[in-house]
Design a protein around this ligand. Structure first.
Ligand code: GLP
Length: 241
């Protein structure tokens, strides 16, 4: 894994935005995997700015987001779909049909997971996947436990993960769904290149184990040690001593 450390989270966000815009310049039909959460907010702000400044053409880009809450309609308040619309899609010329998203309100959630895996495969796989990391080491919504799921699946969220997502539901823990749909570990590991970003002191224990610990389902991000093209971007606060 390549580790890049930045003094400030804003510098990290700018560097990652430049990497993504450069990748679109080189490959206009880039397939991009995208995260949500608090960490990427600065990145999306930088991406909007740099995209506008450089006149980036998103008309052939395709995106697939990592995950979505179960029982939340696409675009409803709290949904990751609404977050992405707000933070990125409204600001760039990506065609709506090129935005890949899990529908947590689908009648048949297993079928929805299968559809998503096929859509990613039909797009030719993910070229560049951006990840955050949960304080418990989850990536997407692949939670720690005795096992991991390879493909897109339905998952029960752990209390720490629900608490970490309160902000999207007005700070009200009771409103945070107990389940989500998420890309699986193989879906993630099949991406051609991966960038994981982490900021803030609260992420140090997870980052330390991800970089130095044994590979274990108890910390899903440790599996990234097996991937051939991973960049870990950290601000100083998130860097293990
Ligand atoms: C959520 C998302 C993850 C994200 C994690 C960390 O649970 N499903 O994709 O990486 O939160 O979020 P934050 O950046 O808010 O710490």
């Amino acid at each position: 894994m390549i580790i890049q450390t930045f003094e400030y989270d804003t510098a990290l966000a700018g560097a990652l935005a430049t990497r993504v815009i450069d990748a679109i310049d080189r490959q206009p039909n880039l397939v991009l995997g995208l995260p949500t959460g608090r960490t990427p907010l600065l990145f999306y702000a930088a991406l909007r700015d740099e995209s506008r400044a450089r006149g980036t053409d998103w008309s052939r880009v395709r995106t697939f987001n990592l995950d979505e809450f179960v029982g939340v309609a696409p675009g409803a308040p709290g949904s990751y779909r609404a977050y992405m619309q707000r933070e990125l899609f409204d600001a760039v010329n990506i065609p709506p049909a090129a935005v890949g998203f899990l529908d947590g309100s689908a009648a048949d959630l297993d079928a929805e997971c299968g559809r998503y895996e096929r859509a990613i495969a039909t797009a030719g796989g993910i070229d560049l996947l951006i990840l955050g990391i949960g304080t418990n080491g989850h990536i997407g919504f692949n939670e720690p436990g005795p096992g991991l799921q390879p493909h897109t699946h339905r998952v029960g969220l752990l209390p720490a993960t629900r608490a970490g997502n309160r902000a999207w539901f007005g700070g009200d823990l009771d409103r945070v769904p107990g389940e989500a749909l998420s890309m699986g570990m193989a879906t993630i590991m099949h991406a051609r290149a991966i960038v994981l970003m982490a900021t803030g002191a609260g992420k140090v224990p997870a980052v330390e184990r991800m970089l130095r610990g044994p590979i274990t389902t108890e910390l899903p991000a440790t599996f990234l040690q097996l991937h051939r093209d991973v960049t870990v971007m950290l601000d100083r606060a998130a860097s293990p001593r």
